[in-house]
Structures are given as C-alpha cells and as structure tokens.
Design a protein. Structure first.
Length: 116
C-alpha cells in the first residue's frame, strides 16, 4: 500500500510555488493508479486554465479559495473551498477568483473517448 498523501500540506506548498511562479500556477500528481489520476493544482488569483477537453470522468474539489468553471455558452459555476463539482463532458476552462488550490480527479485511458 502506498503512503498517505497530506493533501492540505500539498495544497499549501503548491500555492507557495504558484505565487512565486511567473505563470501563477503549480501542480503535482498525488495519485496515479491505472486510469485514476488525482492532481492538486494551485492557481493565483486571475490565473486561468485555458479551455480543454474533458476526460471520460472528472471531478473538481476546491481545497482553498474559489474558482470558476466556464463551459462555452453555459452559465459559469463558482466553487468555494470544501465544495465538489462533477465536471461535465464538455470542453471547459477554470479561472481562479482568488488564490486557490483544488483536487482534480480524473479517469483516463479507458475505452470511453474523451468528450469535447
């Protein structure tokens, strides 16, 4: 069995790295087990992950701060610390409304194609 990952400590460390980065972001893969990936991503206020395709299954849990998930013409969804959102199967972007860190859980490399 793998060692446990201290997600709050990792989020804090990645936020420090993101603040110091000219790109305003930092990320680390916390768990990778077959098709399951759990990544902690930190973004500084105003930093955006550009629109991208959705994997076959994904969720986003905000650990610190507040982010906005934007999906084309659909209304944007703001998510605050402690909240979890199932990501739709559409292309989407993520904008940090304040310095934020979130846990992105994805299932990839399965026989279902990505969406978007």
């Amino acid at each position: 069995m793998a060692a446990p990952v201290d997600i709050p400590a990792l989020a804090e460390a990645l936020l420090d790295i993101a603040v110091a980065s000219k790109h305003g972001r930092a990320a680390e893969l916390a768990i990778h087990d077959g098709p399951l990936r759990q990544t902690v991503i930190a973004l500084t206020e105003g930093t955006r992950l550009a629109e991208h395709n959705a994997p076959p299954a994904a969720s986003l849990q905000v650990l610190v701060g507040r982010v906005r998930v934007e999906q084309g013409d659909a209304p944007a969804t703001d998510i605050v610390a402690g909240h979890l959102l199932e990501l739709t199967h559409e292309r989407h972007a993520v904008l940090a409304l304040e310095d934020s860190a979130f846990l992105l859980t994805t299932v990839t490399s399965v026989d279902i194609p990505s969406h978007g």
